[in-house]
Ligand binder design. Structure first.
Ligand code: GAP
Length: 412
């Protein structure tokens, strides 16, 4: 049976602690939209950065664009989205899920769409990238950005939204090399799942049968995740053949073929597309990390986030708030740790146990406490702090430099 209460707990924690708020909430909301708060923004930045590093930086063959969301509607006619990007409503009637809008005023106004996938901006810039960057095949163009779909039934929090974000790569290859590239990106997607800390065994591949694939796809593997509401799509990997570049060549009249240096013949590259939703990734991370246990006879909730994705890397705290020497030393320690990472929190409210619980709930991996021994009450402990580990609650005594090293190593 679906564990609905877990979803409710995650949605509530996300709102209460500033990860994700319902969109337009003071006006009763707008279905399918969510707004990220500070912690959600930081978590999102971390997963985007790790994607960027693994999918773009660490490769030798990647380029990027940051394309406009508004495009000439001819893009979406050529790509097949105007004719085919539809879901059935009543009695088999089809409803196109692209959002329409209009550009310009009065009689000049031209109807167009909000892009339903970031991919469109990549294909439309294929020639620009060729002409300006002179890449040799195989190469890819990656992009992170917003996409919009007027989903008939938005639901399950960040799972099915009407405005969301995608991290997409279009990787261009010779037709004969598509299988090799497909396998490469498939493996990289699994490595990414591991890097961001998705629980082992919760990501499953599904070979999508031909009749269920998108209109452009010759092969699709869905990466499914075990959400509390069932096993559903997290990301997709598609072989789009030469569908897009051929369609845009035909519709625009601009030749999007490349020259094969060996045979001296021109051909339209084929495309492998790993496509990852940012918001679904965040949902999967929250589901993976959510934990309840008891610690010191007290029930607690914590997020076992990988330190690399955790929004706050550590919290620094003076044991007592009303001792100026402790506060001053703790501030010094915080500044030292902020050389490792800017998001080192400060908390001197309430007792130390409460402070730890507050950080546990947002997934902060380390809490560092400054006490009288730090000040040298026991001379042999001068300049040492206690470092508490989130998952186990265990504490160790180490120097500030060692604490900094722990954080640096954990978030690398
Ligand atoms: N360019 C390929 C493409 O757009 P897709 O399977 O329709 O393929 C790719 O979308 C990914 O975008 C999905 O695997 C999912 O992570 C995310 N996504 C799609 N629709 C979404 C929605 N309504 N809400 C949140 N994420 C969505």
């Amino acid at each position: 049976m679906a564990d609905l209460t877990l979803m409710e707990k995650i949605v509530s924690l996300a709102k209460r602690r500033g990860f994700v708020y319902p969109g337009s909430e003071i006006y009763g909301g707008l279905a399918g939209t969510y707004d990220y708060g500070l912690l959600g923004v930081l978590l999102q930045e971390n997963i985007k950065q790790i994607w960027w590093r693994m999918f773009i930086d660490e490769r030798e063959d990647m380029y990027s664009v940051d394309a406009a969301i508004l495009m000439n509607p001819k893009v979406w006619e050529a790509s097949g989205h105007v004719a085919g990007f539809a879901d059935p409503i009543e009695g088999g009637k089809m409803f196109n899920v692209m959002f329409t809008t209009s550009v310009g005023a009065g009689e000049e106004a031209t109807p167009t769409y909000l892009r339903p996938e970031t991919a469109g901006g990549i294909f439309a810039n294929f020639k620009n990238v060729l002409d300006s960057m002179h890449p040799a095949l195989p190469f890819g163009i990656g992009q992170i950005g917003k996409a919009f779909r007027n989903e008939i039934a938005p639901r399950d929090f960040l799972f099915r939204m009407r405005e969301f974000k995608q991290m997409e790569v279009e990787y261009f290859v010779k037709e004969s090399e598509w299988k090799k590239a497909f396998e490469e990106w498939r493996a990289l997607m699994h490595r990414y799942a591991e890097a961001i800390g998705l629980a082992k065994g919760t990501v499953h591949e599904l070979e999508v049968p031909p009749q269920e694939r998108a209109h452009y796809s010759k092969r699709t593997i869905d990466f499914e995740f075990d959400y509390p509401f069932g096993r559903k799509e997290l990301w997709g990997l598609a072989y789009r053949g030469d569908f897009d570049l051929a369609a845009h060549t035909q519709a625009s009249g601009v030749d999007l073929s490349v020259l094969d240096e060996e045979t001296n013949e021109r051909f339209i590259p084929h495309v492998i597309e790993p496509s990852l939703g940012v918001d679904r990734t965040i949902l999967a991370i929250l589901v993976s990390a959510y934990r309840e246990d008891t610690m010191g006879d007290e029930a607690r909730v914590y997020l076992a986030l990988d330190p690399k994705v955790a929004p706050i890397k550590a919290m620094v705290s003076p044991l007592l708030k009303n001792k100026p020497e402790l506060v001053a030393k703790a501030k010094e320690v915080r500044i030292e740790l902020q050389k490792v990472h800017p998001w080192i929190a400060w908390d001197d409210n309430g007792n130390i146990g409460k402070r730890y619980r507050r950080q546990d709930e947002i997934g902060t991996p380390f809490c560092i406490t400054i006490d009288f021994d730090t000040l040298g009450e026991k001379p042999e402990l001068k300049d040492t702090v206690t470092l508490r580990h989130r998952d186990t609650g265990t504490q160790e005594r180490l120097t500030v430099l060692e604490a900094a090293k722990r954080i640096r190593e954990a978030i690398r």
